[in-house]
Design a binder for this molecule. Structure first.
Ligand code: NAD
Length: 486
């Protein structure tokens, strides 16, 4: 995006200062010089920039060509390609690099937890086993129904899981025979570019078509809109807040919306309180509370509430008890309009407490406070390690309040109880896409819980935990009077 001469000057300046040269910048300069040389000698230019394009149009056109090539490959080949993605991501250096990149660039989340999440995305996103063909045979012959690609998918991704969403969606979409053009949040630009290049390099080495994954150099709202309206984009997937989900659902195209949550936790008197406390702190503080599935508020039966708080404090929670300090905290981390102040989204409990003049050590991972059920910290999805706790007279009231606080997002809910009847009541009432019983919320995406993972949980459009088949069209193929061999 800088003129070539300026880029060269920047490199030379960096070198003269003895500073470490930006490898992406250097790579770009080399590529452009090569391109100029080839242009001057009037030869064909074939410079592969590993899926990074100047314009939306170029990215989508290249993606369409790649999709046609991928469609010619067998499903087994596609699986080999995504296994190459899994392997490159799982290399220790790469896991560390992308986790560090994401935290440093976005200022959101916790490095150690990002490593776990990226690893999870690479290991537990399903492959071709997800695409099960249905067959019906009888006297009239045989009918097959198969999961087939949509084509080029436009995937809009959040700041909170920039790399995890790229990894998981790339695997699922490519297994389904699609290619993907990503629109990351501009705050995750460099992290995203590096990851797209890394995955495309691994794909190239595995013999896959070029540009299976692509994005523009300069992600912006304008470019996202161009992408969404492009006629060659056959499906849109939005992983983010309510505004972008609404936008894709109004696009006139097939769209998957994976939107916001505000997961409540209910704890009743029959629960193992010590374990519940430990699980809640672990889930709620994970990646500094940015996962959309993370525990965001607690409704605890009064008779066990003190005990719960006692054990939470033994497991890394810091309790703010004074009313004035709770209000000061709320004001600090919120904008005038009640939305979270992005300067505090995904920051550590220690960092937030420091801003209130409270110094704690690194063992403190979560801030807790008692509030009433209508408190702003309860009702708003804050995406930071602050967990309000509301005590209630009994479990039925807790379930009712949880229902209200979840705002019918139907996203995620958690309950700690041994009362099967009440567990069923809550599961049925909230209709959440993920309901976790007696475990940290992340058990619902396959960490210490059974099942595959995804970082695109589609509540609004109903696909649930997305997997390769979510990104496919079901097509039928019939042969009459033959191939029934029973
Ligand atoms: P966000 O909605 O601000 O941004 C998400 C993406 O949409 C970004 O790429 C952003 O650039 C783009 N975007 C937002 N508004 C846009 C507009 N008007 N036009 C074009 N593009 C637009 O969300 P965020 O802060 O990055 O992520 C956090 C939110 O995402 C939370 O609400 C969280 O619950 C949700 N989330 C949901 C899931 C899920 O699977 N359901 C997963 C992760 C995050």
């Amino acid at each position: 995006h800088y003129p070539l001469r300026r880029q060269r000057q920047m490199c030379i300046r960096d070198r003269n200062k003895g500073e470490k040269m930006n490898p992406e910048l250097l790579e770009d300069v080399v590529r452009q010089v090569l391109s100029e040389m080839k242009l001057e000698s009037s030869k064909m230019v074939d410079i592969y920039n590993y899926g990074i394009f100047d314009s939306v149009d170029d990215a989508i056109n290249a993606s369409e060509i790649a999709q046609r090539q991928l469609f010619e490959c067998s499903v087994q080949k596609r699986n080999e390609y995504v296994n190459a993605i899994r392997q490159i991501i799982l290399k220790k250096d790469n896991l560390e690099m992308m986790s560090r990149d994401a935290v440093e660039e976005t200022g959101i989340g916790r490095y150690e937890d990002k490593i776990l999440k990226n690893k999870l995305a690479a290991e537990k996103t399903p492959g071709m086993e997800d695409l099960i063909t249905r067959a019906v045979s009888g006297q009239d012959g045989l009918t097959l129904e198969e999961y087939c690609p949509f084509g080029v998918i436009g995937s809009i991704t959040p700041t909170t899981n920039p790399t995890e969403t790229f990894i998981s969606n790339s695997i699922s979409m490519i297994v389904g025979g699609n290619t993907v053009v990503f629109s990351p949040h501009p705050r995750a630009k460099n992290t995203s570019i590096r990851l797209v290049k890394l995955m495309n390099k691994a794909l190239e080495q595995a013999g896959a078509p070029r540009n299976l994954i692509s994005m523009v150099k300069e992600p912006s709202i304008e470019n996202t809109n161009l992408m969404m309206n492009h006629p060659k984009i056959k499906m849109l997937v939005a992983t983010g807040g309510p505004a972008i989900v609404k936008t894709v659902l109004s696009s006139g195209k097939k769209a998957i919306g994976a939107g916001a949550g505000n997961p409540p936790v209910v704890v009743d008197e029959t629960a193992d309180i010590e374990k519940a406390a430990k699980d809640i702190v672990a889930g709620s503080s994970f990646d500094n509370n940015v996962p959309c599935i993370a525990e965001k508020e607690v409704f605890a039966v009064e008779s066990i509430c003190d005990q719960l708080i006692y054990h939470m404090k033994k497991n890394g929670a810091y309790e703010i008890t004074s009313y004035e300090m709770i209000e000061k905290l709320d004001k600090l981390v919120s904008q005038e309009n009640g939305k979270p102040n992005t300067d505090f989204v995904g920051k550590s409990a220690k960092y937030i407490l420091e801003k209130l003049g409270i110094n704690v050590d690194d063992s403190i991972r979560l801030i807790i406070c008692r509030t009433n059920k209508d408190h702003h910290l309860v009702q708003e999805e804050m995406l930071m390690p602050i967990l309000p706790i509301v005590s209630v007279s009994d479990v039925d009231v807790a379930i009712e309040y949880a229902y209200e606080a979840e705002h019918r997002n139907r996203h995620t809910a958690i309950m700690h109880s041994r009362n099967v009847e009440k567990l069923s009541k809550m599961a049925k009432k909230l209709e959440a896409t993920i309901f976790v019983k007696n475990a940290p919320s992340y058990a619902g995406i396959g960490v210490g819980g059974e099942g595959y993972t995804t970082f695109t949980i589609a509540g609004p459009t109903g696909e649930g935990l997305t997997s390769p088949k979510s990104f496919c069209r079901v097509r039928r193929c019939t042969i009459s009077d033959s191939f029934s061999i029973r």
